[in-house]
Design a protein around this ligand. Structure first.
Ligand code: SIN
Length: 592
């Protein structure tokens, strides 16, 4: 393990890293965020948190199976990352293609760290789930014969990406699922609460999850902080892109579900593997927040990268050239930027022609035009920016986490499908496939058990620590800057340490300075996940997939064919790291 750790062997052969008090790697997390006492209570069989493809699919499937469902979402139903997915959804729909080939491409992209069973589940169940989505009303782009047209993206050896509205796939899927939700709006068995931020998870004495505390901007009874009780909680809260200064993720992507799960004791895995999308429109130095994505599908249709001298630099670098897996392309761009002293490279799509570009990529063309760019006549300035969290709350094949009663689905989860780097357009598919598996599992268990447990009082704070903490929202930029500088697309031992020191300073600020509320809770979630991510990024002394270390530029299969698991020790609040070799079984936890 990395510097500063005192490793010891666990009975199962994994290495457990703990740190000494003076070590900047020592991270202590509170059990919960400072928040007003719950002023109201509601309940359902199952609470689903989040309204992207994962949350909506899961909620609808659970309701169909007879469970009562409370679906809560932080702002509006359509405001999450699904809405922004351009490229599409990957599935072996072409008779010439096969799940086996999709599996092979996924494993290659994941650079040795995918869980093969999870990938097999994804690729074999995926095609049928996409057909069901069509039956539900999602309108994918089709050819004259009415067959879904498939395109290619990085890392795929076949055309297998179904898309909608050209480059508005997520929007169409979101529309179809929300329309279905509206069709069942009269059903008292499914309740939807918008503007509802989950603050923390409620757990019983034995660690089982019995519900959530949440803050609702509402009217009437359900307003302010309350508690929602359930026999199972499904986190489908999406990613954590706002942890960095620039990202393709929407503003709501503040890692709330992942952070709440971590504080409650759930195991997180592979969080150091952050995907930086190679072709994000570069809007100039200091441009922060959500940035416009130029879909990989544009390269799938023939666009290519050039440097400031007009030289193509992906040819000869990888057999798939400009369509190499995302981590390979992003790294090549970063290297070219460093070598030429620039902050972006260029994407050349001019030869595709104005008509084709308009027809195939209407949203991208419109966004470029708004910004004064014409992709049919001009090169587009692009640079990598944060795009996707490949790790998250570790689950089994039924979406169960290490805490009984807690499930995770979609980007918040780590099913093992993505390994060190997600294959393009596998994320919508993962949300879809595993949402159904979770609904099946919960529905079965509601028949046979899964009792409603009682939340234990919040535990006493570990010694030397206040029982709940928050970081004022005024420090959000500080977290983002620290993460971007030290735990961003290229990291090193010294850069991650610097980041951890800065985050520790922020964590040690007096909480009295902070005003509890949604912006502050989100900022604290970013801080907690930033600390966890930076510890993992510091410990993994190699370069693999989305994790690039300038001081360890090679992949190290000998030392690092392993996952890093992170969890909070309930005794003292300390973040514990476990190095788990890929050939070891996942540790059992709860009922997972
Ligand atoms: C893209 O269209 O390039 C993004 C799709 C994805 O993240 O899989």
């Amino acid at each position: 393990m990395g510097s500063g750790c005192a490793p010891r062997r666990s009975p199962r052969g994994s290495t457990i890293g703990r740190t000494t008090v003076s070590d900047p790697l020592q991270v202590r997390l509170p059990r919960r965020l400072t928040a007003p006492e719950p002023g109201w209570v509601t309940e359902a069989d199952v609470i689903v948190v989040g309204s992207g493809i994962a949350g909506l699919t899961c909620a609808l499937a659970l309701r169909e199976k007879g469970a009562s469902v409370l679906l809560v979402t932080k702002t509006l139903l359509h405001a999450g990352s699904t809405e922004w997915a351009q490229g599409g959804i990957a599935a072996a729909l072409d008779p010439e293609d096969s799940p086996r080939e999709h599996l092979d491409d996924t494993l290659v992209a994941g650079v040795g760290l995918c869980d093969e069973d999870a990938v097999e589940t994804l690729v074999t169940e995926g095609p049928q789930r996409v057909r069901e989505l069509v039956a539900l009303g999602a309108r994918f782009d089709t050819d004259a014969a009415g067959e879904i047209t498939l395109t290619r993206e990085g890392g795929h050896h076949r055309d297998r990406i179904a898309h909608a509205g050209g480059d508005a796939t997520g929007q169409e899927i979101s529309r179809a699922l929300i329309a279905q939700l509206r069709r069942v709006a009269e059903d008292p068995g499914i309740e939807v609460i918008e503007q509802a931020l989950v603050v923390d998870l409620l757990t019983s004495e034995d660690g089982s999850v019995c519900g959530v505390t949440l803050h609702v901007i509402g009217e009437g009874e359900i307003d302010g902080v309350g508690s929602a009780r359930a026999r199972a909680v499904v986190l489908a809260t999406g990613g954590l892109g706002q942890i960095y200064s620039s990202t393709t993720n929407p503003p709501v992507a503040t890692g709330d579900g992942m952070a709440a799960a971590l504080r409650a004791g759930a195991v997180l895995a592979d969080v150091e593997f952050v995907q930086f999308h190679p072709t994000v429109l570069y809007l100039g130095e200091g441009s922060t927040g959500q940035q416009p994505l130029i879909s990989e599908a544009v390269r799938g249709e023939g666009a290519f990268l050039v440097d400031g001298d007009g030289q193509r630099f992906m040819q000869g670098r990888h057999p798939l050239g400009d369509l190499a897996p995302r981590d390979v392309v992003a790294r090549a761009i970063l290297e070219r930027m460093a070598a030429t002293g620039t902050d972006h490279v260029w994407l050349d799509a001019r030869h595709l022609g104005a008509d084709f570009l308009q027809r195939r990529f209407p949203s991208i063309v419109a966004r470029c035009r708004e910004l004064g760019l014409d992709p049919s006549t001009q090169l587009l300035p692009v640079a990598p920016a944060q795009h996707y969290a490949s790790g998250g709350v570790r689950t089994d094949l039924d979406g169960r986490t290490s805490l009984p009663g807690l499930y995770a689905c979609g980007e918040v989860s780590c099913t093992g499908v993505h390994g060190a780097n997600r294959l393009a357009s596998n994320s919508l598919l993962e949300g879809l496939v595993f949402a159904h598996r979770i609904a099946d599992d919960i529905a079965d268990r509601l028949q046979t058990g899964l009792p409603q447990c009682d939340p234990a009082p919040w535990p006493d704070p570990p010694r030397g620590m206040v029982d709940a903490d928050i970081l004022d929202s005024g420090h959000r930029l500080d977290v983002q800057r620290a993460m971007t500088a030290g735990s961003g697309p290229v990291r090193s031992a010294s850069s991650t340490l610097k980041t951890l020191r800065r985050l520790r300073e922020l964590a040690d600020l007096e909480p009295v300075e902070a005003e509890p509320g949604p912006r502050t809770w989100e900022t604290t979630n970013l801080l907690h996940l930033g600390q966890a991510l930076s510890v993992a990024a510091h410990l993994r002394e190699e370069t693999r997939g989305g994790h690039v270390r300038s001081d360890y530029p090679e992949r190290d299969d000998e030392g690092w064919s392993a996952h890093l698991l992170l969890l909070r020790d309930p005794e003292d609040g300390e973040l514990v790291t476990i190095q788990l070799d890929v050939d070891l079984a996942w540790p059992e936890g709860g009922e997972a």
